[in-house]
Each structure stands twice: as structure tokens, then as C-alpha cells.
Design a protein around this ligand. Structure first.
Ligand code: AP5
Ligand code: ZN
Length: 217
């Protein structure tokens, strides 16, 4: 199945996608992670994306689609995917539909994670991630059991993202409302839109998403 998580920065797309990966064996496909890897590797696409991401704006559809298409073609994606942070524009959504249709597939569910924008600033500025295994944490909402030590792998290599500051978060929220929110209508018209109250606790949201994913399997 193909499951999309839609929602503004901080809504919990990455947190929930990782849980769906563990529980259902779906492959988490995050265009944000793929772009950050391209930036770190210094590829042409990465060089172009870097400043755009630091400004909190959207990277061009051309770059994002090229990266996504390559990753989606990898063998493991045949198990099913959870798309985290993609699509983000109507152009990306249409391109995804075409790409899936050519392989006899379609989007099975698009879940909108509904949140209060104002609270997203706190979620994002308190976030950090294990550099070794990618597990995500939050100073207040999901602290590791031992300070600075990853619960999942034991590494002491916590990282913060370059775009996780209050100023950039405001641009990212604006980009979401202007360019991504129209996708709620797009998927509603295709009768695959679901929504979840994403101000709830992480485990409560995870249970609701598990129900949705379970029905697709
Ligand atoms: P991307 O990496 O996709 O970032 P984002 O959309 O801004 O989303 P985040 O990763 O910030 O938030 P999240 O929803 O995953 O929240 P998380 O689970 O971490 O994109 C970054 C940039 O790349 C974009 O700005 C753009 O430039 C570019 N880009 C990426 N994809 C693109 C595309 N398709 N097209 C064009 N450009 C693209 O949770 C946040 C924090 O809150 C964590 O600390 C977590 O522990 C905590 N938390 C999670 N859930 C809860 C909860 N229920 N209660 C309390 N705390 C919680
Ligand atoms: Zn770790």
C-alpha cells in the first residue's frame, strides 16, 4: 500500500512514519531526509536545495521528483511505503499519481495530521535526533531515558537540524498553508483523505494510524 502523511512542520510525520515502518514493515520515504542526505553529500541537487531549505521554502518540484523517483524504484519499496513530507504541491501529487499508475498502483490513504500551528514552534525548537540511528526525540515531549544517550541504539550523538529555529519555522508553516494545504481537497476528491487529531499524545495518534494502515494491508 501507499500511505501519505500530510501535515505542517512539527505535526509528527516523521515520528509516526517510523512507527508505521516498525509495525507494518512499510518503508518510510521522507523527501526531507533524502534532501538532507543530498546536501550532506554535496551533490548538484543538494547544492541547489541547501539555501532553499535553510530559508524554509520549498525545493523545486524537479529536484524533489527526481530524488523521490529514484528512491521509490528501489526494490524494498515493493513492500509498501509511507510518504512523509511528500507530496507538498499539486504538481508533486499529480506526478506521484502518474508514477504509481504506471506500476498499477495508487495512493491508498492520505492522512492529515491536524495541529495547532502556534504549538508547532515549541515542538520543532525542542527537537533533536540520534545521528547514529535516526531516532527522534524532544526535550519535553519525548526525552531519552538517559540525557544525551539514544534509547534505541545507545549512541551519544544527538543532532539538531539547521532549519529548526523559530524564524525558519514560520516560513515553513507559511509554505505549508500556501502550497501543501490544497492537497487536502485533492485527496478528499479522490476519497482517500482521513484526518487525525495530532495534538494528542504520540501513542494515541499511533494507534489511530495503525488502524488506518491495518485496513490497507
Ligand atoms: P521535512 O524534513 O519534511 O520537514 P517538515 O515538513 O518541516 O517536517 P518536520 O520534519 O519538521 O516535522 P514532522 O512532522 O516530521 O515532525 P516530527 O515527527 O519530527 O522538510 C524540510 C525541508 O525540506 C522543507 O522545509 C523543504 O525545504 C524541503 N522539502 C522536503 N520535502 C519537500 C518536498 N516534497 N517538496 C519541496 N521541498 C521539500 O515531530 C516534531 C517534534 O515533536 C519531535 O521532537 C517529536 O518528538 C515531537 N512530537 C511528535 N509528535 C508529538 C506529539 N503528538 N506530541 C508531542 N510531541 C510530539
Ligand atoms: Zn540511536
Amino acid at each position: 500500500p501507499v500511505l501519505i502523511l500530510l501535515g505542517p512542520p512539527g505535526a509528527g510525520k516523521g515520528t509516526q512514519a517510523r512507527m508505521l515502518e516498525e509495525q507494518f514493515g512499510l518503508v518510510q520515504l521522507s523527501t526531507g531526509d533524502l534532501l538532507r542526505a543530498a546536501v550532506a553529500a554535496g551533490t548538484e541537487a543538494g547544492k541547489e536545495a541547501k539555501a532553499v531549505m535553510e530559508a524554509g521554502e520549498l525545493v523545486s518540484d524537479g529536484i524533489v521528483l527526481a530524488i523521490l523517483r529514484d528512491r521509490l524504484a528501489a526494490a524494498d519499496c515493493a513492500r509498501g511505503v509511507v510518504l512523509d513530507g511528500f507530496p507538498r504541491t499539486t504538481g508533486q501529487a499529480e506526478a506521484l499519481d502518474q508514477l504509481l499508475a504506471s506500476g498499477g498502483q495508487r495512493v491508498n490513504a492520505a492522512v492529515s495530521l491536524e495541529v495547532d500551528d502556534v504549538k508547532m514552534v515549541v515542538r520543532i525548537t525542542g527537537r533533536f535526533t540520534c545521528g547514529a540511528c535516526g531516532e527522534g526525540y524532544h526535550e519535553t515531549f519525548k526525552p531519552p531515558r538517559r540525557a544525551e544517550t539514544c534509547d534505541a541504539c545507545g549512541a551519544q550523538d544527538m543532532k539538531r537540524r539547521a532549519d529548526d529555529n523559530a524564524k525558519t519555522v514560520m516560513s515553513r508553516l507559511d509554505a505549508y498553508h500556501a502550497q501543501t494545504e490544497p492537497l487536502l481537497q485533492y485527496y478528499s476528491e479522490k476519497s482517500v483523505l482521513k484526518s487525525v487529531d495530532a495534538m494528542a499524545e504520540i501513542d494515541v495518534i499511533a494507534r489511530q494510524l495503525a488502524q488506518i494502515a491495518g485496513r490497507l494491508a
